[in-house]
Ligand binder design. Structure first.
Ligand SMILES: NC(=O)c1ccc[n+]([C@@H]2O[C@H](COP(=O)([O-])OP(=O)(O)OC[C@H]3O[C@@H](n4cnc5c(N)ncnc54)[C@H](OP(=O)(O)O)[C@@H]3O)[C@@H](O)[C@H]2O)c1
Length: 321
């Protein structure tokens, strides 16, 4: 089969489209013929090995040689003891822990798969897993956003931000969305009440405070985030620099004890089985998936560069079959 492989942490030009053996499903796995796979910041980070946390499991060389984690496609065959799906079933999955989506076929443990929701396309299903889980858990489960609250989403023009802005608006919040100048109009179109171009204004120094900050691109100190919270507010680190991550983990629990401001890591529970509430909102037309660009498998390097260089609004997809 065709697959896009890499051997070392490196820039996208070194990715190769090549022939590799078609995988054979093992016990409890099914073989999926990939139709669409969406790109996540985690693909870009794991390609380059930056930030350092992206090297977990492979400090010097990548542990997995085919990237791509949010897939949708059709079941081709099932391994031993895989009884939940049959050939022809339409499915989607988040396979971040093993990757392998930038290929014509991938083996997936059947308990990581879900059926394609009725009325949902392969493209929308491939867009949802990681970005939808981050938005759902950041805004609803851990953010506990309530009507009238002020919510700031940093990095709001990308995949997770696209869902998070819409979800926060559905929860009745006043939303400030932060990203680069290219994405301001896009964030307004998602429903953001206020937008900030991070290259011109630092939201942590503009004197405003928020009830919830969901941070998809964290680079400041934990103290700066605490200062931007209202009493009782919560800051959630999702992705960003390792220095900020360490501060959030080590100092976060001590900060704001007196006034109950919380500075915490959002450890996202990944997997399509946690997605039901956001899948329902998408199916009901209350949340839209914006797909900025679609690329063929032959152009995965271009797709990754487009995402990594910060142009992508919403999701970027690779259409495989
Ligand atoms: N905590 C967990 O359990 C967990 C699980 C899965 C993924 N993650 C992480 O979640 C993060 C978010 O992923 P995503 O898929 O939403 O990424 P994405 O689609 O790339 O979106 C991130 C957005 O942040 C913007 N950005 C970059 N630097 C910024 C800055 N200094 N200030 C404000 N915005 C900035 C980017 O635009 P520009 O680059 O153009 O500026 C981009 O629009 C990733 O870092 C990933 O590793 C965390």
């Amino acid at each position: 089969m065709k697959a896009v492989v890499y051997e070392r942490y490196e820039p996208p030009d070194a990715l190769r489209l090549t022939d590799v053996d078609k995988p054979v499903p093992r016990d409890g796995e099914v073989l999926v013929k990939v139709s669409a796979v969406s790109l996540n910041a985690s693909d870009w980070e794991t390609l380059r090995g930056k930030p350092l946390y992206s090297r977990i499991g492979g400090p010097f060389r990548p542990r997995h040689h085919i990237l791509g984690s949010d897939i949708a496609g059709r079941v081709e065959s099932a391994g031993r003891n895989a009884t939940l799906f049959r050939p022809g079933d339409e499915v989607f999955a988040d396979i971040l822990s093993r990757m392998g989506g930038f290929a014509e076929y991938v083996c997936v443990p059947e308990n990581s798969l879900a059926r394609l929701p009725a009325g949902m396309s392969y493209e929308e299903a491939a867009a949802l897993p990681q970005a939808g889980a981050i938005a759902l858990q950041g805004i609803q489960d851990k953010g506990q956003v309530r009507p009238g609250q002020e919510v700031l989403i940093n990095g709001a023009g990308g995949g997770s931000g696209m869902y998070a802005v819409q979800l926060a608006k559905l929860h009745g919040a006043e939303v400030t969305a932060v990203d680069n100048a290219e994405k301001l109009e896009f964030m307004r179109s998602l429903g953001a009440d206020h937008v900030i171009d991070y290259t011109r204004e630092d939201f942590a120094r503009n004197g405003r405070n928020y009830d919830v900050i969901l941070d998809l691109a964290a680079h400041r100190s934990a103290w700066a985030y605490k200062r931007s919270l209202r009493p009782g507010g919560r800051y959630l680190y999702v992705g960003g620099s390792v220095a900020t991550l360490l501060q959030v983990l080590l100092i976060g629990p001590l900060l704001g004890r007196a006034d109950a401001r919380k500075v915490r890591l959002l450890a996202v529970r990944l997997g399509v089985h946690h997605l039901d509430p956001i899948v329902e909102l998408c199916r009901a037309g209350k949340i839209a998936t914006f797909i900025d660009r679609r690329y063929p498998l032959t152009e995965v390097p271009e797709a990754l560069r487009y995402l990594g260089e910060g142009h992508a609004r919403g999701k970027v997809l690779v259409i495989v079959g």
